[in-house]
Design a protein around this ligand. Sequence first.
Ligand code: CMC
Length: 428
Amino acid sequence: MAKTAELIIDGKSYKLPIVEGTENEVAIDISNLLEEAKVITLDFGYKNTGATKSAITFLDGDKGILRYRGYSIEDLAAKSSFLEVAYLLIFGELPSTEQQKKFTDDIKMHTMVHEDTRKILDGFPSSAHPMGVLASMFCAQTAFYPESLDPNRSSEAVYLSIVRSLAKMPTFAAWAYKNAVGHPVNYPDNTLDYCSRFLKMMYGLPAEQYDVDPVVADALDKLLILHADHEQNCSTSTVRIVGSSKASIYSSISAGINALWGPLHGGANQEVILMLEQIKNDGGDTEKWINKAKDKNSGFRLMGFGHRVYKNFDPRAKIIKKAADDVLNKLGVKDPVLDIALKLEEVALRDPYFIERKLYPNVDFYSGIIYRALGIPVEMFTVMFAMGRLPGWIAQWKELRENKEPIGRPRQIYTGQKLRPYVPIAKR
Ligand code: CMC
């Protein structure tokens, strides 16, 4: 018999269906509650609200589990490549050799962007943050590909817009950086793999030979895999909610980039490095900064610590911490902020404030250190996150579309003024 939950309001009982996921996650379906009982549920920050059923990513915050389409993040990070993971997330299965070749070739075919896009780029001052530039460039694709606005376009046309998004992301990301440093842009070199192509466009100068260090390209590929999806987080939910209005894939992704930009989400990786540098310049007294993070009046949080869903450890942080060690060793980089990070982690992990609140290092705590070792400038850190998250956003947008989900439209409890008469300005 189907399980139900019982809700009693003012003595009246309502039966609510129980929905179970494949990993035994349980939800109470309240979709008919407003109609039947004239009440809504209230949940600030959607901390306990399931907005959809999804077959893409499974996450168990208590056990520190993260899986894409059933494959563990540890396995994928160790054995797969970013574009293979992108295919897996978007199409549901790991690709065959043939499928992978076609997918990679299709992406290579679309790495160039319309030349007029450069005029848009030229309009930005060099003070523009690369995330703002990236979001604008994505949204501008609706102008170059107006057919993407048609909500009823064929699955072939959708495939093309997916491929275009993945193909152009490294070009836009590198160009956003070039704009920030005031250098001429580079065009994509399609003889290179995804990450190497991006690195060459970002660091190379048009008239000079630039050889990408494979250690750097491999490390970046791994980082992108770790960021590729994370179920219904702030930016992904944004992509889904914008997509639910049948807005184009480009504007949905653009909205996701804007949501990711904030310091409590993807922007944290940039904040972590700024914080570690601040602590270093202040003499490196980690206890002092831990105390500051515990003081609610200070307005300071330990960036890179805590997570909405991981309450034990963030599996991505474990992989990244090891990767940071490997990368620094391979590149022979000695970064004093790594020592500060390790000390900060050690102090925080034995402090009752952090233990009681289950605050552990998250994915962003060590990713910034790797990005720095790879020579990636700090204002590009969140762009790297966006590049990694793109397949996840696409997969979630596609799932929403295929499931024909309704437009996202939450409710509220109104707490403002009751009806009052309008008084003309002369009499006020
Ligand atoms: N430093 C100090 N105290 C903290 C921190 C922190 N980093 N994070 C949470 N707390 C405290 C918070 O003050 C609260 O204390 P109390 O119960 O006494 O009021 C308690 O822990 C619970 O915090 P919350 O803000 O209610 O938790 P949340 O689930 O709403 O927020 C978070 C999660 C990630 C926004 C938060 O932990 C945070 O601001 N961390 C720093 C920013 C950061 O590293 N963000 C990257 C997240 S990982 C990348 C991604 O997936 O987006």
